[in-house]
Each structure stands twice: as structure tokens, then as C-alpha cells.
Write a protein that binds this ligand. Structure first.
Ligand SMILES: Nc1ncnc2c1ncn2[C@@H]1O[C@H](COP(=O)(O)OP(=O)(O)OP(=O)(O)O)[C@@H](O)[C@H]1O
Ligand SMILES: [Mg+2]
Length: 264
């Protein structure tokens, strides 16, 4: 899919080489997705479209199904009903393993291997899953560590890094797999407040670089600035979705108004 040149393309010009990603983003579409854990109907007909190369932030109360929605997109969970399309192809029917390789995910807890160096953590996926040689994988790891500002930490262990730095390593690890869609599940909620900004800045840059981003977040400031679209989840559905200024300034439903008054 081709895109019109946008301000995001112009932004790329002044970036260091490591940041100039040649991404070919994929769209994400959920169609009437239902999923229950036993009798707990967690997703109750989710519809959501994330155009290729755009950023959607998902907000909503605890337990509304936000993490479950992300896990359905990268097929950690299979819906009971409905469909999930990546670049127009169904993750349920059309070669799910191939499609899943295009999806990178960053969680609240970074889950780096403590006994491996930072560079080895990032190089592991490219080596084992993409079949790169040791040297190729290391060089790729360094490129991505550079893009998150951590090339100088390549040979230390994760435990010697701050939480914010560890999360940036986790982002580099996901990027080293050349994802065409990135999912973030509250990537900053385990971080001390002063470390949040650096991680959000990297996420904002990634969105501007043209990746498709689906971001579950409690950071309303980030959603307002970085999202093309904000989706409000409540009780297992996307209850409302709109451009951020519309959603935040003119919430259509009482339940979104109530949610915003609690979090803003
Ligand atoms: N693996 C699981 N097995 C059983 N129930 C689950 C599982 N994962 C999630 N749930 C249930 O699904 C519901 C939605 O959970 P989910 O984690 O998607 O919510 P969330 O919107 O991400 O909440 P939070 O903001 O607290 O992270 C909850 O009731 C939760 O208990
Ligand atoms: Mg969650």
C-alpha cells in the first residue's frame, strides 16, 4: 500500500541513520471479535480499524478488555467469533504464523533475559527466528540499540539499566524483528515518572516513522499528541473512537465523559 508523503515523511529527513526505517506498515482490522474466558465474556463484539502507518491509542477502565484485544491481534489468543485482519489477511485463516511475524509487542514488564547482555537480548530473535549469522544479528542489534539511544549499553546486563532503559531495550528487541505493526501494552506504567518521557518519545518517533501502532495506554497526554485515533474500550467493546481532539473535547457518551473525568 502506498501513502501520500506526509509530515511524518518529512520528519525522517533529519534523523540519524539508525532511525531511518524503511517500514512497509500493515493495517489492522478487528471485525466483531468475541472472546470469553469461561463465562466471563471479555470481548463482546470489538470493531476497530487501524489504517497502515497510523497510530491508535486504546484507553478505558481496568478489565474492559484492552490487553485481551492486543493478544488477539498477535494471536496469543484466538477469538470465539469474528475476525482479525492484518493488511487485509485473516490471522485466523491466512497463514497465521507468517502474519504473526509482522507483529512486534512491548509489554508493561520487559522480560529481558537477565543472564544475557543487552545486545544478546536484542540479537536473539534475529538469530533464532530469522536465521541471521552471529555477526549479522549483532550488527542489527547495535543498529536498533542506537535508535533507542542505548548503543553504549550493548555489552552490559539488563539489571544494570534503569527501568526506562530496559524498556527501550525491549523496544529495540521488538524492532529488530522488522515488525510492520507494533503493539504496546501499558509500556510505561511500571516506570518511575521521570523515565516515562524518554520511552514515550521513542514511541512517538516510531509512529512518525510510519509504523502501524496500536497502543494501550493510561498516558492521556500521549494519546492526545501522538494518536491519529483514540479508541475508548468499555465492557468488551470499542464504545467510542475518534480523532483525539474530538474524543477528548467532545466525548459522545456519558460513560466516556465519566471515565475522562476520573483520569484527567
Ligand atoms: N488468561 C485469562 N484467563 C481468564 N481470564 C482472563 C485472562 N486474561 C484476562 N482475563 C479477564 O478478562 C478481563 C479483561 O482483562 P484485560 O486484561 O483484557 O483487561 P484490561 O482492559 O487490559 O485491564 P487493565 O487496564 O487492568 O490492564 C478481566 O476480567 C480479566 O480477569
Ligand atoms: Mg491490561
Amino acid at each position: 500500500m502506498t501513502r501520500e508523503p506526509s509530515s511524518a515523511d518529512q520528519l525522517r529527513i533529519d534523523r540519524p541513520a539508525a532511525d531511518q526505517r524503511s517500514v512497509d506498515p500493515l493495517s489492522v482490522e478487528l471485525r466483531d471479535v468475541h472472546l470469553a474466558f469461561g463465562r466471563n465474556r471479555v470481548l463482546r463484539g470489538v470493531d476497530l480499524e487501524v489504517p497502515a502507518g497510523s497510530t491508535t491509542c486504546v484507553i478505558g477502565p481496568s478489565g474492559s478488555g484492552k490487553s485481551t484485544l492486543l493478544r488477539v491481534v498477535n494471536r496469543l489468543l484466538e477469538p470465539d467469533r469474528g475476525d482479525v485482519l492484518l493488511g487485509g489477511r485473516s490471522v485466523l485463516r491466512d497463514d497465521p504464523d507468517e502474519l504473526r511475524r509482522h507483529v512486534g509487542m512491548v509489554f508493561q514488564h520487559f522480560n529481558l533475559f537477565p543472564h544475557k547482555t543487552v545486545a544478546d537480548n536484542v540479537a536473539l530473535g534475529p538469530r533464532t527466528l530469522l536465521g541471521l549469522s552471529r555477526d549479522e544479528a549483532r550488527s542489527r542489534a547495535l543498529t536498533h540499540l542506537e535508535s533507542v539511544g542505548l548503543a553504549h549499553k550493548a555489552d552490559v546486563r539488563p539489571s544494570s539499566l534503569s527501568g526506562g532503559q530496559q524498556q527501550r531495550v525491549a523496544i529495540a528487541r521488538a524492532l529488530a524483528m522488522d515488525p510492520r505493526i507494533m503493539l504496546f501494552d501499558e509500556a510505561t506504567s511500571a516506570l518511575d515518572p521521570e523515565l516515562v518521557k524518554g520511552v514515550l518519545a521513542i514511541m512517538r518517533d516510531l509512529g512518525a516513522s510510519g509504523l502501524t501502532m496500536l497502543v494501550v495506554t493510561h498516558e492521556m497526554g500521549f494519546a492526545r499528541e501522538a494518536a491519529d485515533q483514540v479508541a475508548f474500550m468499555d465492557q468488551g467493546v470499542v464504545a467510542e473512537h475518534a480523532a483525539p481532539d474530538v474524543l477528548f473535547e467532545r466525548p459522545a457518551s456519558e460513560r466516556l465523559r465519566r471515565f475522562l473525568s476520573r483520569v484527567l
